[in-house]
Design a protein around this ligand. Sequence first.
Ligand SMILES: NC(=O)c1ccc[n+]([C@@H]2O[C@H](COP(=O)([O-])OP(=O)(O)OC[C@H]3O[C@@H](n4cnc5c(N)ncnc54)[C@H](OP(=O)(O)O)[C@@H]3O)[C@@H](O)[C@H]2O)c1
Length: 235
Amino acid sequence: MSKSLMVTGASKGIGAATVERFFYADNEVDDFILLARESEAFSAFLDKLAADNPHGKKVTSYNIDLADRARTVGLMKDVMATHGKVDLLVNNAGYTSPMSIQQIEFADFERTIGVNLYAPFTIVQELLHNGNTFELIVNIASTAGMNGRPGWLTYSASKAAVITMSEVMKEELAIYGTRVVCISPGRCATDLRKTLAPDEDPTTIMQPEHVAGVIDMLASDVGRFVDSRNLVVRM
Ligand SMILES: NC(=O)c1ccc[n+]([C@@H]2O[C@H](COP(=O)([O-])OP(=O)(O)OC[C@H]3O[C@@H](n4cnc5c(N)ncnc54)[C@H](OP(=O)(O)O)[C@@H]3O)[C@@H](O)[C@H]2O)c1
């Protein structure tokens, strides 16, 4: 059976590593729906996939700012019209701008919640409205959503909400045969991590490919045996 995979935040980091993991494997996933804002990183990544496509897979990219809810709603309609279905969804895009409580600007808090919480909700809800039944939804939260650290208030609050939202999705969507898994990575060598911990040596921590491997496992035959409220992935 041929399957489609949608990944948000597909331009780099964990999102791009996840795409590569499915793209270079000889598997059933042959329709790739990749979302990110327009950037050199995203263009370079798409060029890389186009230049080396050993299994002849189809890749469609969409430039979108996921803080823009109206555009996200519209895009899900377009996606369903073009692709017909989304079997596997990885809600991966994430944003943070760490600040102390006194320095947080409310608009930035709203943006954090918009990208990290409202966007994955909107994507799932709109795809359901457009008649999609998912096989698997992976929502990427964070260990930062499980305990607080100074400066991470907006990010931690958004990720804590993703963990709980995923639990509700898991319960409600089970009747459609949809599996919903929330994963909470610990520190992983990406640009986002650099924003949170600028002085850390990225070679000493988990790499995006490791998280991608776990997502691959969740989509595999054994993935259905993982019954977790929040799967922690860390070194
Ligand atoms: N790295 C870690 O240590 C760590 C730990 C726990 C959880 N996570 C989570 O893992 C996920 C992936 O992050 P990463 O670590 O791989 O970071 P990353 O390399 O910085 O990637 C973040 C991705 O999110 C996308 N994104 C951010 N804001 C967006 C927006 N407004 N609209 C559309 N896309 C947007 C980015 O795309 P563009 O900027 O190109 O649009 C990029 O593809 C995030 O949810 C993050 O919170 C990361």
